[in-house]
Design a protein around this ligand. Sequence first.
Ligand SMILES: Nc1nc2c(ncn2[C@@H]2O[C@H](COP(=O)(O)OP(=O)(O)OP(=O)(O)O)[C@@H](O)[C@H]2O)c(=O)[nH]1
Ligand SMILES: [Mg+2]
Length: 238
Amino acid sequence: MVPAYNEAATIVGVVQALHEHAPQFDVLVVDDGSTDDTSRLARGAGARVVRPAFNLGIGGAVQTGFVFARDGGYDLMVQVDGDGQHDPGELGKLLEAMEPGTDMICGSRFLVKGEYLAPVSRRAGIHIFAWLLSRFVGQQVTDPTSGFRLYNSRAIRLFADDYPHDYPEVEAVLMLHHHRLRMREVPVRMFQRGGGSSSITSGKSAYYMIKVLLALFVALARKRPVVEPGDQAPVAAG
Ligand SMILES: Nc1nc2c(ncn2[C@@H]2O[C@H](COP(=O)(O)OP(=O)(O)OP(=O)(O)O)[C@@H](O)[C@H]2O)c(=O)[nH]1
Ligand SMILES: [Mg+2]
């Protein structure tokens, strides 16, 4: 599942790499309102394309993918950015780590030495989220904003029902924990985006920090669902 908003420069390469490295997966591109050729190019490269009627933002786009995966009866869903920052060749590492009892595998750029990490200001924000989240969930989380993630069917069902809206990745880790699902990180390389422009402009960075911090504390205060070990289907909190 590839969320893609105006990623005409890179989407063909991403879809082709997924076909090459993950032939067992269907490729779905969610493009809600690109004004460039993203959808046409993705379809031409062999992806299925869902085009919601208006821009849902990254959270709504990814949730569309979860609904597609849940309704299609898929056992696994992998989320890969459409801007070429993730290497589909590393999907094998995520698949290997998906053992029984683990519901989400997250690719972490910070477990790899000497690779592209992110601009300094962004990195500082990521480390603050990582520090906070690690305390909230009681396990070390190094890259909570990573969008290179593999989900099993329990995680697919949870997030199809309820997924955070904008800048969703950090909050999604906390949601997973509250529903007693488990995550693990594996080292992956990440690259600079291969073209197009980031959805996180400098003006939005401050909003991002405040919104995500607020969302984290609100999520902590929310009523928790009661999910006993052994329960089959986690349900979202109302
Ligand atoms: N469908 C859809 N995809 C989106 C939307 N916003 C962002 N995306 C996609 O989500 C992925 C991640 O967004 P980016 O803007 O690259 O965010 P980022 O990777 O944290 O930021 P950079 O490191 O600057 O690239 C990319 O593939 C985007 O095209 C949206 O509103 N709708
Ligand atoms: Mg990106």
